[in-house]
Design a protein around this ligand. Structure first.
Ligand SMILES: [Zn+2]
Length: 163
């Protein structure tokens, strides 16, 4: 496992990929995880519903803004809700930017997508792979396959136990 010279790497969630004005838990603005995480989907879902209460996102959340989940946003996007599709497309775009950066720095064999969002399966993986392929540096060379974590949400716990 790569830990870096001072044993705090790799903090991939905190590579800065843009200025979205969102304060990260680490105290910086623009970290990868503020663009591409379940938390980001929830935040953007709530924000969008405040402007457009007709969105399917709100219906799926039982009409309660505070109950909106990442799954509500993804399910609404699956059902072609325009508000949700805009959020989901942005999510995929920024997730791809982060992954391309990681591939360019580390050239891993695979990139595993875990967490609850990975349950979106091909609905997420297909556009994500397309977006990564558009932005990858060495288009003619093989690069990391992008897959869903087989262990789902337990991957981190099992990995920690093995370590
Ligand atoms: Zn951060």
């Amino acid at each position: 496992m790569f830990n870096g010279s001072h044993h705090f790497a790799p903090e991939l969630g905190h590579i800065v990929i843009g200025d979205n004005g969102v304060l990260c838990n680490c105290g910086k603005i623009g970290c990868f995880e503020t663009f591409a995480s379940a938390t980001a989907l929830i935040r953007e879902g709530k924000k969008a519903v405040m402007k457009n209460s007709d969105s399917l996102i709100l219906k799926l959340a039982g009409g309660e803004i505070e109950s909106i989940t990442a799954k509500n946003v993804i399910d609404a996007a699956r059902q072609f809700d325009e508000t949700a599709m805009l959020i989901f497309n942005d999510y995929v775009k920024y997730l791809a930017i982060g992954i391309v950066n990681i591939i360019n720095i580390l050239d891993p064999e695979v990139v595993i997508i875990g967490g609850g969002v990975a349950n979106a399966g091909e609905f997420l993986l297909k556009p994500l792979k397309e977006e990564v392929s558009k932005n990858i540096l060495f288009k003619d060379l093989p690069y990391a396959d992008i897959r869903k974590a087989e262990l789902g949400n337990d991957a981190g716990i099992i990995g920690a136990a093995i370590l």
